[in-house]
Design a protein around this ligand. Structure first.
Ligand code: GAR
Length: 202
């Protein structure tokens, strides 16, 4: 299964995928290409260092969301991508993009959805006074952070936490959860019925 990773930021989740691939922990999934929308982001540096195919499509160079998404689709096409993984990709994908990869786009999000969707979710949870937060890997649909949930990990919010400490503990769990889900999908163990996602035992 060819995986295309899209990222915008530091790329630590991409690194977790690269490391998992290096340890043979992605099953039949193979990292085919990494695309970024921020030209100098850490994710691009990490992808290049790992010798992966990369592309850069700066959203600021495209007048509309549709034009940007069409450019990304065109860049993915030569790599015969089966699964698109959003690993800190901070753009909302258009219905046209999602139709091209129907049911084959997943995202990692730093909260226990449906709580705290959108941006700065770890800070939202901390400021709200949540006692438990965590991370979610879910299928992507047209709504923001709203698709069927594949897997979640809970992270306790400690009395002595601050936003940054909580963010880092959640991030560490993202690094475990995302590669595990990619493997489950590549092994054909993930099925969806409506909003319910079933993962067959490995
Ligand atoms: C991660 O915490 C990821 O869950 C979040 O951005 C961070 C990227 O970190 N994504 C979102 O908030 C998407 N709504 P990384 O670049 O180090 O992987």
């Amino acid at each position: 299964m060819n995986v295309g990773v899209l990222a915008s930021g530091t790329g630590s989740n991409l690194q977790a995928l690269i490391d998992a691939a290096g340890h043979d922990e992605l099953g039949p999934a193979r990292l085919a290409v990494v695309g970024v929308n921020v030209p100098d982001c850490g994710a691009l540096t990490r992808a290049r260092a790992a010798g992966l195919a990369t592309f850069v499509i700066d959203h600021r160079a495209h007048p509309t969301r549709d034009a940007f998404d069409q450019a990304v689709l065109a860049a993915l096409r030569p790599h015969a991508v089966d699964l698109v993984v959003l690993a800190g990709f901070m753009r909302i994908l258009t219905p046209a993009f999602l139709a091209a990869f129907s049911g084959r786009v997943i995202n990692v999000h730093p909260s226990l959805l449906p709580a705290f969707p959108g941006v700065h979710s770890q800070a939202q949870a901390f400021r709200h006074g949540a006692k438990i937060s965590g991370c979610t890997v879910h299928f992507v649909e047209t709504g923001v952070d709203s698709g069927p949930i594949i897997a979640q990990t809970a992270v306790a919010v400690r009395d002595d936490d601050d936003e940054e400490r909580l963010r880092l503990r959640i991030l560490a769990e993202e690094h475990r959860l995302l590669p595990a889900v990619v493997r489950q999908i590549a092994e054909g163990r993930v099925s969806v019925q409506g909003r319910r996602v079933h993962v067959a035992p490995g």
